[in-house]
Design a protein around this ligand. Sequence first.
Ligand code: NAI
Length: 740
Amino acid sequence: MKIKNVVVIGSGTMGSGIAAHLCNANIPVTLLDLKTEISEKARDRIHKSRPPLLIDKSKINNIKVGNINDNFDVVKNADWVVEAVVERIDIKHQIYEKIFKARKDGAIVSSNTSSIPIKVLSEHLTDEEKKDFCITHFFNPVRYMGLLEIVKNENNDLKKINQLKEFCEIELGKGAIVCNDTPGFLGNRVGVYAMQIAMTEAFRMKLSVEEADAIFGRPMGIPKTGVFGLYDLIGIDLMADVLKSFIKELPESDEFHKVAKEIPLVKKLIDTGYTGRKGKGGFYRINKTGAIKVMEAINLESGEYSVSKKIDIKSDKVDLKGLINRKDKYGEYAWSVISKIIKYASSLVPGITKEFNDIDEAMRLGFNWAKGPFEMLEEIGVKNFFDKVDNFKGNIFLENLDKSKNEDFYGERQKYTNIETLGKIKKTASSLDGNESAKIYRFSDYNIVEFTTKANALDYNSMDALKKATDKPLIIINESMQFSAGVNLTYTMNFADKKDFQSIEKFIKYFQDTCKHLKYSKYPVISAPSGLTLGGGFEVMVHSNFVASHTNIVVGLVETIVGLIPAGGGCKEMLARWLDTEEAKKDPNFAPLKVFDIIGYGKTATSPVEAEPMKYLRPSDKKIMNRNSLLEVSKKIINENKNFKAPEESRFNLPGKAVREEMNKILEKLYNDKIILDHGVEVAKELAYVLSGGETTIDKTLSEDDLFKLEIDAFMRLIETQKTQDRIKHTLSTGKPLIN
Ligand code: NAI
């Protein structure tokens, strides 16, 4: 059975997210709710969503809307009906009765429930109906969260479940894990437990909200929202409901009960409307006095708010061993939380799942953890763990591991999919080298470079790894959230603070050399980006010979925002692409002006569909829904290009001063309209100088090296200015741009 037409019932957060994502996969979808106005509003919300739920906003009207009374007939044509109404069993039962009366023979019906067991959902269904009924538990936001948990019932037609799994994997790009019918399935069972342990331990050990979030975050390979930040994001009231449902469903012997007890401060927050970001605030709140906004955090003991403090734990790396061995309260907290998560997750094996790897993957795909609990255990080391851990009686997994002391217990990864993923093949590399910023995995006929820094920010070492790995076809790919957020600004500012501009120049020069080398080396270079692909990250991608891009990318040249211009060949490559157009052949100013507009504003695209018109991506670049498939597609490109020849060098005929005059006019207007200020003009003038080709005229031909030279000179002039340094410092400390 092919899924060609889907109906989603319930157009709230999840229903609209699921409909949007089906639209992303070009599947005709109808969204129904109690009233058409509700589903129409949902469609508006999809259109305005940020980050956007749609890959291509112009397709919004491919989502049809309607209501369950007048438009229920659409169910007759659906191959799959997804129920995403409120979490109330009576309402869900009513809907199923209606769906099963109307659906066509054999159509799949699924629920998006996060907590109701399938045996309860399906209690009124006939055995025949149960064959086609399952749970498909998507995570919010649907486009961006990789996890989909599929829960079967005992009567299911397994062939159909497998077809659904395959559809969700290939067409929707999800990591589809088939789970047993147990409370919270895998992701929420471990993820919510982890949040609760992180929270209750912070209360017990008297850590502040900011301290707990600083540990239960980046240093543990967990998103930087931490625990209290995540609580605020999800909604403190919603979390209370989630906990109630766990308490109801889980036996009293389950450790979950210990961490799900009502906390007086949390109850008070909910009662007084402090339900998180959607309410008056939560563990954090923004205090507005006039135009000034101040971030405040709550004191867990007194319940009073005060200005939120930045906690510096003096480490920027995910280093679990280092973290748990610290001789301070942070180390103690980290060990307590991590060891309890490992104990809890392993207590679910084999009862809840036989595959501990599935738990890790659920945490990675559903909660964006860099490593799941068992990978954390692997990293800490079996011996180290057992040397430190207290009682784990009755935990079959840990008892067995304690006996075997097998450091190499982990085995295969990403077992839930048949796709050959990066995670699976890493361990099979014939050799591994690299440095602090990037790893090189060597295979017989190709190499892989994986960046490993925070947000994969690039430095000298990252470039060094790339350069060393071009002795074979090279795939640049990684498993973390971002391909690369750009050049490491902290690294650059450290030199600037010491007035060591020579080292910056040396680095940028090496960056340029490496990019050129990627483009012209003997073997093909393939970039497989996902997530942020900005600035220097984009420059690495744009110099690769081929691109296999995930559909969830944020791509662009954003250097001007921090008072710089792209100097790793970004200006050069964008010019080359725009010069290669029909319009540019007719009008010499066309390409420089286009690129001036794109880079000047630091424009970004949030999908390949948005990236192509700006020429950040080319039509020939591959666009892939399932992130897991990036490696297979990249390998296929290598196979198809056995006779690869490096491209010819680009040549540039640019108008020089003639186009700069036009650019200056644009700047003047922006300045007069106060859209840009003094330094904005300064930066844009440097950009104009580069993009116009400097002191040239249209009849002169410039080489790539000429363009590189223009870029680096402009970059160096800017980095030496106080105002650019102010911009960088501001962005590093606040994450926001400084307009000066
Ligand atoms: P929501 O409250 O945002 O939306 C529910 C929608 O269902 C509303 O638009 C409501 O008008 C509609 N509705 C209510 N009764 C209806 C009926 N009889 N017929 C048609 N529509 C009806 O809820 P949300 O958050 O989207 O949750 C939906 C389901 O997804 C729930 O089962 C929830 O447990 C589950 N879920 C929620 C997640 C989340 O992060 N919000 C994550 C994963 C699962």
